[in-house]
Design a binder for this molecule. Structure first.
Ligand code: ADP
Length: 621
């Protein structure tokens, strides 16, 4: 199990900035694009081939027109070539909007399919992956315009194809007329290509390594503009400090970029000047040949055109290779993310999975959070009978929430086994396991959705189209009264990101409770389910608790004795170990940790009796 966890969080292979990676990523991107929309890919590549052939055809036709006109008296001899020249121009002009259309459509299709692929893969990764800061960087790199980079790479590949065809065909025309200039430009182009490739690599690594910085900038702007944080940021007058930190980070990013832009411009300028000298030298050379009658006028004209296009094509090709290496490196972020193996899941067994009654057993469970030195749980063993209500008690950081997260399969234990009705969790399919568990988390989600959907999400496949069932759950859990007071009742959109109504912390918690009870699961896990509720609502919920839980196995984490006393049994955790268990009366009689906590609470209660609520805490403070 540990190795699976390590595998999941291990740093990925680093991508390389070379032509090999470009070819590998290019093939991968084209395959993906092809599987998404073969028609558009074909159109794009077909147009690239045709437009790649046009310049050389144009140059060749010009030569034929001029030579035919000079050597032949009849206009008819020159006519076919005279027709071909504008036809070639027309073809390249007419194909431009079609290419633009295909590119835009391909871009949208790739955006859709790539984004879905990322989200589907992310849904298969476990919680530990998302909590690792290195993986957070990787996720940010993947999310940051991955679809755009995919699309850029496919576009670059089409342009590479066009430029290569253009280069080869122009080369053939020039070789026919003046071969030496090809050699001179090649000598210049190779170091320029190397220079640009290295620059692309440097650029990529700078971007790669500054993802942490970028995440910080997003974090600061989120603090400064997010509706959850704005009130506190204003009251603490934190904005100037946060903006200072934001500015420093952004300035570093800007300065790094400027260095790259400067080097790229200087390299381009140098190559442009040297290339220009070669082209000029060749022009003078050919003009001399024409004067001496060693070259035809058509050849001179064709040569002038070809050489000018050839130089531009070489520069374009080098820049394009550098750009596509950069796009390919960015796409490597995506391939690395998609190659992160999700945790091995149990093979799907044919037939209906066995019914679950809700017996839970922890056998010698130890667990350490990835990157943490301390064990959050250390050799914890206990069992819970189906239908039993068990409370987990202990000071903050004792490991109570960790224990229930392991039961939910959100993390894998480092050692030991968890069983549900005698079946190892690791042998159950995640879908089957989750259908048997229902949670209210300490940090429960507040969905930007209607009140109805906030409950339906507890079992969306069954409930999204069953408003009566949702209302029945709301009535049973006491959420109905609160919902009735909302402006549009069950249809009120909750949350301030997309609507105008939100709830108090306690009201959100009540909805979370209704959501958990909406799922007809055998095991119910409640982690501080009433911490935000007022005394009356809490009392209402717990007076009908047995009916609500309907004989489900319940694990209840609470700091309140009023809640804890409802349990059949209490498990006391301290520093990741199970130190005591028994009923309230048994534990008080033992005079151990629980009795000490209870004593403390009574002293607190007697010296500071609660004014408004009957809230009592298992742990003081
Ligand atoms: P409790 O629920 O009893 O208050 P937790 O189970 O939340 O305690 O935490 C147990 C220990 O594990 C604590 O030391 C806490 O700091 C640590 N811990 C909890 N969650 C994480 C996490 N996601 N990553 C790293 N450490 C964690």
């Amino acid at each position: 199990m540990a190795t699976e966890l390590e595998h999941n969080t291990a740093p990925p292979r680093e991508p390389r900035a070379d032509i090999g990676t470009l070819i590998a990523n290019g093939r991968w991107a084209l395959r993906l694009a092809w599987s998404t929309t073969p028609g558009l890919v074909t159109t794009r590549l077909f147009i690239a081939v045709i437009t790649g052939l046009v310049p050389a055809g144009f140059v060749f036709a010009i030569r034929e027109v001029i030579d035919a006109l000079r050597t032949s008296a009849a206009l008819a001899d020159a006519m076919p070539w005279i027709v071909i020249v504008p036809l070639l121009s027309f073809v390249s002009v007419a194909l431009r909007p079609i290419a633009a259309f295909a590119s835009s459509r391909l871009s949208d299709e790739l955006q859709l399919s790539t984004s879905l692929r990322i989200l589907e893969h992310a849904a298969r990764l476990d919680l530990a992956f998302f909590e690792d800061p290195a993986n957070q960087d990787m996720l940010a790199r993947t999310q940051a315009n991955s679809a755009r980079h995919m699309e850029a790479l496919v576009r670059d590949l089409a342009a590479l194809l066009r430029h290569t065809i253009q280069l080869v065909t122009l080369l053939l025309v020039i070789l026919l007329i003046e071969p030496i200039v090809v050699a001179a430009l090649a000598v210049l182009a190779l170091p320029y290509l190397l220079y640009q490739t290295r620059l692309s690599s440097t650029h990529y690594w700078i971007e790669h390594n500054r993802e942490g910085r970028r995440r910080w900038t997003r974090y600061f702007s989120g603090l400064l503009m997010g509706h959850g944080s704005v009130p506190e940021v204003k009251l603490l007058d934190l904005a100037p400090h946060l903006m200072d930190r934001f500015r420093t980070l952004m300035q570093t990013i800007r300065d790094q970029n400027t260095t790259i832009y400067r080097r790229r411009a200087l390299g381009g300028l140098l190559f442009g000047v040297l290339g220009g000298i070669v082209v000029y030298a060749a022009v003078f050379h050919l003009a001399g040949e024409a004067l001496r009658g060693e070259a035809t006028l058509g050849s001179v004209a064709a040569y002038l055109l070809a050489v000018e296009r050839f130089a531009a094509t070489v520069t374009g090709l080098v820049n394009l290779i550098a750009h596509s290496i950069h796009s390919s490196l960015m796409v490597s972020n995506l391939t690395l993310f998609l190659s992160t193996a999700p945790r091995a899941v149990a093979p799907v067994v044919a037939g209906t999975p066995p019914p679950i009654h809700g017996g839970v057993e922890f056998r010698n469970i130890s667990f350490r959070y990835p990157g943490s030195e301390e064990r959050a749980l250390d050799g914890v063993s206990f069992d819970v009978q189906a239908g039993e209500v068990v409370a987990l008690v202990g000071p903050n950081g004792a490991g109570k929430s960790t224990l229930v997260k392991l039961l939910g399969g959100l993390y894998e234990p480092e050692r030991g086994t968890i069983l549900l009705d005698g079946h190892e969790l690791s042998s159950m399919s995640p879908e089957h396991l989750r259908s048997q568990l229902s949670f209210v988390f300490q940090q429960f989600a507040r969905y930007e959705a209607t009140a109805r959907d906030n409950i339906a999400y507890g079992d969306w496949r069954r409930l999204l189209d069953d408003p009566d069932a949702i209302e029945e759950i709301a009535v049973r859990t006491g959420a109905a009264k609160m919902i009735a007071r909302l402006p549009d009742g069950y249809d009120t959109h909750l949350g301030r990101s997309f609507g105008h109504t939100t709830l108090s912390a306690g009201q959100w918690q009540l909805l979370a409770m209704a959501r958990a009870l909406a799922r007809e699961a055998r095991v119910l896990v409640l982690d501080e389910p009433t911490s935000n509720l007022d005394a009356r609502t809490e009392h209402e919920i717990f007076s009908t608790f047995r009916e609500l839980a309907r004989g489900r196995t319940t694990l209840l984490i609470s700091h309140r004795f009023s809640t804890v006393r409802m349990a059949n049994r209490i498990l006391v955790l301290e520093a990741g170990r199970l130190v005591e268990q028994g009923s309230h009366d048994e534990l008080i009689a033992t005079g151990g940790v629980y009795a000490g906590l209870y004593q403390l609470h009574r002293q607190l209660y007697e010296s500071h009796p609660p004014q408004k609520r009957t809230e009592t805490h298992v742990t003081p403070g």
